[in-house]
Design a protein around this ligand. Structure first.
Ligand code: CXF
Ligand code: ZN
Length: 377
């Protein structure tokens, strides 16, 4: 079917381009989804800056969304036309070794995340734009009112959940919340520092609050984001990690933080040093945000890392598989323990996507969301 999408033609481009695309019907293992919404995550901005380079261009952006299943290919199990689904940027096939071990956020299909290629049981790419194959961001490409994606990227949800809010579970909410509660193991009474209060960090703040952290220090240079962090459970704010040193020392009686989460839009090697200095003895510093994908240099005090037995921990999708975490988070939403509605600062039409990213760059958004409606379908 003919639809439209926001694409990037090559690594590093000034702006998203809206073009017509042809979305094929689902082949074996795939479903077609009519999207209600797609979140604007900083990771798509990395495509524009060239920090993240994929194998296949042109590339349809977007890697968190939710909608209604319109078509189902052969061999799809447990998903029917009319089902409401979240599209998660992490696929979970359920049969590879990490999936079998309960590490579904590390599913082997994730090897294709940066390829731009779509997975199907038949193994070929399905979208074309102007007659040429077009890749998809993280196997999804949610900057389009319709997508055809593999079932391993699709999580069925209950129909009472508003789809425009459910969309946020595909990346930002699951990643941020899990980075605090799962990989970060935040516990009652902890002192937690969250550096970078965007669409991911704000969910680390609310995750840490739900875990019972006694102090949550939100660090961000943007005043509006620091204020938002307080609404989501932060107890203190500061504008830089340097500024946070003295504050965290005071709050923790010199022990420093039980957990530090680095979720800035761009994380650089030099950020690890202050991140680890904010981390207490035997405690954990979790790196969530990305930067230049080719960067290999990092500043770390080996003495401090070894002698103080600190853990420097990477994290993807918050350390939990989407099939476990998305239903869990929806229960938390229903129970009033997870704020979703309040996460959305502004909504945009697909044609306004560049305004959405400009607002992100200007520090105006916690999460911007593209809403699709009859005009798009
Ligand atoms: C990223 C991880 C790397 C690929 C793009 C998505 N995660 C969250 O935004
Ligand atoms: Zn993301």
């Amino acid at each position: 079917m003919r639809t439209k999408a926001a694409i990037i033609r090559e690594p590093k481009q000034d702006a998203w381009e809206i073009v017509e695309v042809d979305i094929d019907d689902p082949v074996a293992g795939e479903v077609q989804v009519k999207l209600a919404a797609s979140g604007l995550c900083h990771s798509d901005e990395h495509l524009l800056t060239g920090d993240l380079v994929f194998e296949k261009y042109p590339l349809m952006g977007g890697h968190e969304g939710a909608g209604v299943v319109t078509k189902v290919g052969e061999g799809v199990i447990g998903i029917e036309e009319g089902d409401h689904v979240v599209l998660a940027f992490i696929p979970a096939c359920g049969t590879c070794r990490p999936c079998a071990e309960g590490l579904q956020n590390l599913c082997d299909n994730g090897a294709g995340l940066l390829s731009g290629k779509a997975i199907s049981d038949d193994g070929f790419r399905v979208h074309t734009a102007s007659g040429e194959d077009v890749g998809t961001m993280c196997l999804l490409g949610t900057f389009s009112p319709y997508v055809t994606v593999h079932q391993s990227s699709v999580v069925k949800i209950e129909k009472d959940i508003p789809l425009d809010k459910a969309a946020l579970l595909g990346c930002g909410v699951a990643t941020g919340w899990g980075s605090a509660t799962e990989i970060g193991r935040a516990r009652e009474g902890d002192v937690v520092v969250v550096v970078g209060v965007g669409g991911i960090g704000i969910n680390s703040v609310q995750g840490a609050a739900s875990a019972g952290a006694r102090a949550i220090v939100a660090v961000d240079p943007v005043e509006f984001k620091r204020e938002k962090a307080l609404e989501f459970g932060a107890t203190h704010t500061c504008s830089s990690m340097d500024e946070a040193m003295a504050l965290v020392g005071e709050i923790s009686w010199g022990r420093m933080a039980d957990l530090v989460i680095l979720t800035m839009g761009v994380v650089e090697g030099k950020d690890l040093l202050p991140g680890l200095l904010l981390t207490g003895k035997g405690r954990r510093c979790v790196v969530v945000g990305l930067g230049d994908m080719t960067a290999v240099d990092a500043q770390v005090s080996i003495l401090d890392l070894a002698m103080q037995q600190k853990t420097l921990q990477g994290a993807i999708f918050g350390g939990v598989g989407p099939r476990k975490q998305i239903p869990h988070l929806l229960h938390q939403y229903r129970a009033g323990n997870l704020k979703l509605d309040e996460l959305v600062t502004r909504t945009y039409r697909l044609e306004e996507i560049n305004q959405g990213y400009q607002d992100m760059r200007d520090g105006k958004n916690i999460r911007g969301v593209i809403i699709y409606d009859e005009q798009d379908w």
